[in-house]
Design a protein around this ligand. Structure first.
Ligand code: DI6
Ligand code: FE
Length: 410
């Protein structure tokens, strides 16, 4: 395959590596002992046994000897709220003194205090304050991150949040997916009128965000302290009208049958799910809605009800794991630690955890065709680890074994 001239894309090969390809349809992690990955430009050409790699792929390539290191797909954090201003360490202290998350929220703290801080910040400020959090994820091999709005709660400030999220993508070698979370909480000016606020989300804010093309998906918080299933259904109908996929914060603090609602709308994912019942788990499996586990929030609010992992297994519901990085319930910027928590607190296996931050996280973002596995044709997003076995990625706490990270081939 002689290729000359300036249009030649850079070819690179990593050899002498162990691979966890996570390839669809393969058992377990799709491990390969003596593996190689070849890429051209932004895309993977080959990932598999070194002996089976066509020799031509090494021709003229930049070749790296991995000395037995492990290569996985670049990690994907499919649920974050990482654009915010200020912090809520004061509420953390209140909760340490005995207040519950709901009590803090009802006392005017909680999400609303982050709304005030975000509204007071400029877009530049938001980018500046959020970059260290993004950098912390990137330092652990994250190559794609989903970022939600939801602390603006009016058009100007929701647009500012999503604009800041998009600018984070320009500032770093990373893929950002934005999600409009207008139905996150009731802003102070709504005077307790949830119906009127949902009308505003559906009639004004969401259409404008869609017109501005600022969001890749639409999310909501379906909960007693937030919005009802009926209200969320209205938001989902509006999203559908603009061709935007939906997802839902469901069954986090109580069972309002949010999982089933999400499934009914063919949601990409339903997230949290501590209180989800069997009918919800089954409906999600049938709809292909991914169950996103957020053990950081479970840990931080000292929840005791675990999500029904056994029911998800029984019904074949796909499971992802994410940080839920947010200032109120999960100030977590480590996807590796999220995996450890998913294993330790929820009983997920190493395979489920690693698939949950790669292949299944890609599915939860509707990006399965592009990222999440080491397969020919997908983007060359790789993480190279100084570990002997994949289980080490899940087992350690507060140690980062990342050796190198490749985003879109570079
Ligand atoms: N559920 C959560 O855990 C976060 N949002 C949500 O809908 C909490 C966000 C916050 O407290 O700031
Ligand atoms: Fe969340």
């Amino acid at each position: 395959m002689a290729s000359t001239g300036s249009d030649r894309k850079l070819r690179r090969v990593w050899r002498n590596a162990r691979l966890a390809t996570l390839a669809e349809g393969q058992a377990g992690l799709g491990e390969v002992e003596r593996g190689a990955v070849a890429i051209e430009g932004e895309r993977i050409l080959f990932a598999g046994p070194q002996a089976e790699m066509p020799a031509v792929f090494a021709d003229g390539s930049d070749v790296t000897d991995c000395q037995g290191r492990l290569i996985t797909p670049g990690l994907i954090d499919c649920h974050t709220h990482l654009v915010w201003a200020g912090n809520r360490a004061n509420e953390f202290e209140m909760r340490l003194a005995g207040a519950s998350y709901e009590q803090v929220a009802r006392a005017g703290g909680g999400i609303v205090s982050s709304v005030k801080a975000l509204r007071a910040a400029s877009e530049d400020d938001l980018v500046r304050q959020s970059l260290p959090r993004l950098d912390a994820l990137i330092a652990e091999g994250v190559t794609t991150v989903e970022i939600k709005s939801g602390y603006g709660l009016d058009l100007e400030n929701e647009a500012k949040s999503l604009g800041a999220a998009r600018r984070l993508q320009d500032a770093r070698r990373v893929t950002v997916r934005t999600t409009f979370l207008g139905a996150h909480a009731l802003p102070p000016e709504a005077d307790g009128d949830k119906e009127a606020f949902i009308n505003k989300v559906v009639d004004e804010i969401l259409p404008a965000i869609a017109q501005l093309d600022l969001a890749d998906a639409v999310d909501g918080f379906c909960e007693g302290i937030a919005f009802s299933p009926e209200q969320m259904a209205r938001v989902f109908e509006a999203a559908k009208a603009f061709g935007l996929p939906v997802k839902l914060h469901a069954d986090q603090l109580s069972n309002l049958h949010g999982a089933a609602l999400a499934a009914r709308y063919g949601a990409l994912s339903a997230d949290h799910l501590e209180y989800t019942d069997e009918a919800g788990a089954a409906a999600m499996a049938k709809a292909g809605t991914v169950a996103v586990m957020l053990p950081g929030a479970f840990y931080f609010i000292r929840e005791t009800k675990k999500p029904p992992i056994d029911l998800f297994r029984k019904h074949g519901t796909r499971m992802a794991v994410a940080t839920d990085c947010n200032p109120g319930t999960s100030p977590l910027t480590s996807l590796l630690l999220a995996m450890n928590m998913a294993a330790t607190l929820f009983g997920m296996t190493v395979e489920e955890c690693i698939a949950g931050v790669t292949r299944e996280a890609a599915r939860a973002l509707g990006m399965s065709g592009e990222i999440g596995t080491l397969e020919a044709g997908k983007f060359a997003d790789l993480a190279i680890w100084d570990v002997e076995r994949p289980a080490e990625l899940v087992y350690r706490m507060g140690f980062n074994p990342l050796h190198a990270r490749i985003w879109r081939g570079g």
